[in-house]
Design a protein around this ligand. Structure first.
Ligand SMILES: [Zn+2]
Length: 41
């Protein structure tokens, strides 16, 4: 059961900004779909 969860997260695609398509760095406040650059606009 636990292994399935690990596999699930390993297979997740990299999170990218919906605005510019840049990869979003892992952050504690990672609730948005845009990068810092687009967030500040
Ligand atoms: Zn962006």
């Amino acid at each position: 059961m636990l292994e399935n969860v690990v596999e699930f997260f390993k297979n997740l695609p990299e999170k990218v900004c919906v605005q510019c398509g840049d990869k979003i760095e892992e952050q504690s406040e990672c609730y948005s779909n845009t990068c810092d650059k687009c967030n500040s606009l």
